[in-house]
Design a protein around this ligand. Structure first.
Ligand code: TEU
Length: 573
């Protein structure tokens, strides 16, 4: 296949796919690096201002050259886009905003040609209000059979004018909306549950239609070659019977918060669903895989979803939430590895995604003027990512983190589309700041995102210096670090094996060895002082703020590696 250069980019170097986890490795998911593509902001082939599937196809060579093993695409199915596609109206059709079903099938084929696996997204907790099931229910009296696929419950009070209980929406406000009479538009005293936006009615997973239909959706895309699914809100499908009050406070759940134990989440019945889905995935050759979005209170609770007859992996949000603190980081890594190991599952590591502040900004301290110190944030993010890629298990990269993109905090209110912003009347900014379209070239106003100059969210001026084009030319860029780390990770078999051994290191630093034929040591300096480390060879540094000089002593390890504050390195002893 001749590789064409993506618009605005030089033709990529001949892609060497030999080093990647081979396509025939059925347990590729145990150590893969999976790149999250947020289709609406990745690349816009059609020029309508929103990214699309052909934009992803155009840039598959970029992803292959980056060195990732697989892609995860956020939803692109038919949807009114009230929650950026997480309000699905029809799984069997690609929304025209993103292209066609044929484009999706071609994307899978072209990715496989580059030995990239493809994971789609499934959203089983709820549908869109425009899904055929909900539209059918709206035409019938509340409480009738058509409503049984959802949570349709009589309200409290004589006239049912109060919600059935105190369950909240993750996006703010009540988790219930009252059903109106289809003819008179009068309140009926019946309510439907929506743990997210009011346009995302929760499905009733006790209903056989709901279970059967979702397995049909899995088969439809498995049969078209997709290698697996990321499961949205995997912890939410089954609700506690009788809708007991939860005592939940009225606040928007943020990523920094500890996830409370509530009756609407993480119920035991959910595991039957995934045991059935696992049987279906295992019936394919090669077997298909699942990664669950499981926002639960502890790693132990998450491990229940990773038993050998359930999901293969789940996002390790406990690692994502770790503070810039050596002891907390060490504890979280050990805790994560131990709980995943308790069910023979691999650990996953993730620092950013489409729901949380980008980690350049999350790790940026405030400067004396009270603003974000993005320079330190970038240094810390590069170091944290280098350490993440040295950990045993699989890692998820969110599009643009390889460019060191920060959270965009000053988007104009009128451009924001996250329902969290609207439902909280702007009290919570929501998630648009981590969803700004990517910069491919240094040319404003859309920096190579498309050629028409419009994008669904405005891109900041700094996108030019952070663009792919700019960073490909800079050996010390963030992008260059990711490319080198992924190439080394693929070539050094030790990263696919075993666990890690902590090494003693000064306070506010961490160091661990990945044992193997030629063991590698990963070191990170979270302190405010330089750290020196003796080594034979400096394999990779998080930035040029890590230097190496021959030792003047006749030390067995001939190299003195000096790590400035907020840097990391891979070395060989
Ligand atoms: O997110 C589920 C979810 O719980 C997150 O919203 C998380 O709790 C919160 O954002 C942390 O700050 C999934 C999708 O990732 C998200 O984009 C969707 O909006 C949501 O489900 C509804 O489908």
């Amino acid at each position: 296949m001749t590789e064409t250069a993506a618009p605005g980019l030089a033709a990529p170097a001949q892609t060497d796919v030999s080093h990647r986890v081979s396509h025939t490795t059925t347990d590729w998911w145990r150590s893969a690096v999976i790149y999250q593509v947020y289709p609406r902001s990745f690349a816009d082939h059609s020029g309508n201002g929103v990214g699309d599937l052909r934009g992803i196809i155009d840039r598959l060579p970029y992803l292959s050259d980056l060195g990732v093993d697989a892609l995860w695409l956020n939803p692109f199915y038919c949807s009114p886009q009230n929650d950026a596609g997480y309000d699905v109206a029809n799984y069997y059709e690609v929304d025209p905003l993103f292209g066609s079903t044929r484009d999706a099938e071609e994307l899978i084929i072209r990715a496989h040609e580059l030995n990239l696996r493809v994971i789609f997204d499934i959203v089983p907790n709820h549908t869109s209000i425009e899904h055929a099931w909900f539209r059918q229910a709206l035409l019938t009296a509340p409480g009738s059979a058509a409503w049984n696929r959802y949570h349709c419950v009589r309200g409290l009070g004589e006239d049912g004018s109060r919600p059935p209980n105190d369950w909240r929406s993750v996006f703010g406000g009540s988790g219930w909306s009252q059903i109106l009479d289809p003819d008179t538009a009068e309140p009926t005293g019946w309510w439907y549950l929506h743990l997210f936006d009011a346009t995302q009615p929760d499905l009733n997973w006790d209903h056989e239609d709901v279970r059967a239909e979702h397995e049909q959706v899995l088969k439809f895309w498995f049969d078209r070659g997709v290698d697996g699914f990321r499961i949205d809100v995997a912890h939410g499908l089954v609700k506690s019977p009788g809708y007991p009050f939860s005592g939940e406070s009225d606040r928007v759940l943020g990523v920094a918060d500890d996830v409370p134990v509530l009756p609407q989440w993480d119920q035991p019945g959910v595991h039957d669903v995934y045991r059935s889905w696992r049987r279906l995935a295992d019936s394919y050759d090669p077997p298909r895989v699942f990664c669950g979005e499981v926002w639960v209170s502890t790693p132990e609770a998450q491990a229940q979803y990773l038993r050998p007859d359930e999901l293969h992996t789940a996002f390790n949000f406990h690692y994502l939430k770790t503070r810039w603190d050596a002891e907390h980081l060490r504890e979280t890594i050990d805790h994560s590895l131990a709980t995943a190991d308790s069910v023979s599952a691999p650990c996953t590591w993730v620092l950013s995604n489409h729901d949380v502040w980008r980690h350049v900004s999350r790790l940026a301290p405030e400067n004396p003027q009270g603003n974000q110190d993005l320079s330190t944030g970038m240094a810390r993010a590069r170091a944290a990512s280098l350490i993440m890629l040295a950990l045993p298990g699989s890692a998820y990269l969110y599009q643009g983190e390889e460019l060191g993109l920060p959270e965009v905090l000053d988007l104009p209110a009128q451009s924001r589309q996250d329902p969290i912003f609207a439902r909280t009347d702007g009290a919570a900014l929501g998630r648009d700041g981590c969803r700004v379209p990517l910069p491919w070239t240094a040319q404003p106003p859309t920096f190579g995102f498309n050629s028409t100059g419009q994008s669904w969210l405005p891109q900041p001026d700094m996108w030019g210096e952070l663009s792919v084009e700019t960073q490909l030319r800079d050996a010390d860029s963030c992008l260059s670090m990711y490319r080198q780390a992924l190439a080394l990770r693929a070539d050094e078999s030790i990263f696919n094996e075993g666990t890690l051994e902590w090494l003693s290191s000064p306070v506010d630093t961490i160091a661990f060895r990945r044992p193997g034929r030629d063991s590698v040591i990963a070191v990170m300096n979270l302190s405010d002082e330089p750290l020196t480390w003796m080594a034979q060879k400096l394999l990779l540094a998080s930035s040029s703020q890590v230097t190496a000089e021959p030792s003047t002593q006749n030390h067995a390890l001939g190299l003195v590696v000096t790590l400035a504050p907020n840097t990391a390195a891979w070395v060989r002893e």
